[in-house]
Design a binder for this molecule. Structure first.
Ligand code: MG
Ligand code: MG
Length: 255
């Protein structure tokens, strides 16, 4: 079922979104060569506790995970891209780190992800991250009232194709609001002009993620961490977006 949010409810999601943006800024500043993933997890826990926010990940137990999840952030390194389970790993020079987090404040959820490089960046990794950011911007630009859901998917997929990256369609964006995952699913590839009509009050997490040379994924034995099947590097960019009468509004940003 699709639930349209009132402007007041969207404002509450914006409060949550601003906190998430600040948290990701903080962790991006902390992440560096020699920093352990568990340090980032612990920092995220401290910030969430101090803000009185509630993690959407803690105790999350979907059908595919070997759950419940007992962390507050997903940290995925290099060929890992989604649902990365934080573990005792020290970041090395040139590592590509994707951070994904969802929390609720006063019952309203926001969800955002970003990829960064620690230490010396490889050109090909910067290009990969750039492609997800540009695809995200294209998806947001297509999230206009009156457009179709397929317009968002097509806009994201077009950028991937232009960059030469294949697109996996098993995991993509989603509705959200009172919970982390609501209808509809937002594929990162699709046909323009197809699907649900976008209406003011619809809130979506748009999240292009690409692997350099494959659209296939594999799961780690931990049951959570998803990697590119061929070991190629991956990147992920996500924002929570509200569709309003005046167009799309990004909620996971600092005002
Ligand atoms: Mg996310
Ligand atoms: Mg999401």
């Amino acid at each position: 079922m699709l639930e349209l949010k009132t402007p007041g409810e969207i404002e509450k999601m914006r409060v949550t979104g601003a906190f998430i943006a600040e948290l990701l800024d903080d962790l991006s500043g902390l992440a560096d060569v020699g920093v352990n993933l568990l340090d980032l997890e612990n920092r995220a826990r401290d910030l969430i506790r101090a803000r009185g926010a509630v993690s959407c990940y803690w105790d999350y137990a979907p059908s595919f995970g070997r759950g419940p999840f007992r962390n507050v952030i997903c940290l995925s390194v290099n060929d890992a891209v989604l649902h990365g389970l934080p573990f005792d790993y020290t970041l090395g020079d040139g590592d590509l780190l994707s951070m994904d987090i969802a929390v609720s404040i006063d019952g309203w959820v926001a969800d955002s992800a970003r990829s960064i490089i620690v230490g010396t960046a490889r050109d090909e990794d910067q290009r990969l991250i750039e492609s997800t950011r540009i695809a995200l911007d294209a998806g947001i630009a297509a999230a206009q009232p009156g457009n179709k859901l397929g317009d968002i998917s097509a806009a994201i997929g077009k950028v991937a194709t232009e960059y030469g990256y294949p697109v996996n369609t098993e995991f993509g964006g989603h509705g959200l609001g009172r919970t982390m995952h609501e209808d509809p699913h937002v594929s990162n590839m699709g046909r323009a002009g197809r699907g649900l009509t976008l209406r003011p009050g619809l809130t979506l997490a748009l999240e292009p993620w690409f692997a350099r040379t494959t659209d296939k994924i594999v799961y780690d034995p931990d049951g959570w961490t998803i990697r590119s099947a061929d070991g190629s590097r991956t990147a992920h960019s996500e924002h929570t977006v509200a569709i309003t009468e005046d167009g799309p509004v990004v909620l996971t940003t600092v005002d």
